[in-house]
Write a new protein. Structure first.
Length: 221
């Protein structure tokens, strides 16, 4: 798994946070996120109801995740220092991961799962029109909603760690001057490569039930 931002200990904190959201009653001794003052399934429900990053600011679970992501070192500590001064985009991670059904832990990006040829001859789970709209979006609030829609279209099964690292990459790259970025290393370029990858191979149990269809003239949010 080739992460660009999160270190191994931050990945562990992220995965424990995600696991805690799945627990009804929020009780499990082995998970430090749970307990009488911890988080659980009810927090996941609250996160899923959020319709904006601003909504996420008022939730315990999202703020706890941001706090723990910013502890310790990252692979890119320059980026970490930027997020310490601008933590709002990290809230997006909580709102997106709350919509994930299962952590696939396969190292694949969301774009790969939303892309073409899950089965030869079928439509992509996420249409090219919607995918291009996702890559072109530069506003945090709109990108947040588009990514959540992509998770839904991909069947809700995503590698949580890869997705979080990619969301960090997107937010950080929005703030970097164009002259300092190598286009082929950008998150959007990598997602485009993954979406159109010719080797989309999954087990039959991983396939989404249906693919997306967009009628002519339909507005893509």
């Amino acid at each position: 798994m080739n992460l660009r931002y999160l270190s191994e200990d931050r990945v562990e904190a992220l995965k424990l946070w995600f696991d805690a959201l799945q627990l009804r009653g929020g009780l499990e001794e082995k998970n430090p996120w749970t307990g009488s003052r911890g988080i659980g399934h009810d927090d996941r429900v609250q996160l899923r109801r959020a319709r904006s990053v601003e909504d996420l600011e008022r939730g315990l679970a999202a703020n706890m995740l941001v706090t723990h992501l910013l502890r310790g070192d990252w692979k890119n500590n320059l980026a970490k220092r930027w997020f310490e001064a601008n933590p709002l985009p990290l809230l997006m991670i909580a709102g997106v991961l709350a919509t994930v059904r299962e952590d696939t832990e396969d190292g694949k990006s969301l774009a790969w799962r939303a892309g073409r040829a899950f089965a030869e001859g079928n439509r992509a789970p996420m249409s090219e029109i919607r995918f291009r709209r996702l890559l072109e979006e530069q506003r945090l609030e709109s990108f947040f909603l588009l990514v959540r829609r992509a998770v839904e279209l991909a069947g809700g099964n995503v590698d949580v760690t890869v997705l979080a690292d990619d969301l960090i990459a997107w937010a950080y790259e929005q703030e970097l001057p164009a002259s300092s970025q190598a286009p082929a290393q950008s998150m959007c370029f990598r997602w485009a490569q993954d979406y159109y990858a010719p080797d989309h191979k999954l087990n039959s149990g991983d396939l989404p039930v249906a693919t997306e269809k967009i009628a002519e003239g339909e507005m893509v949010p």
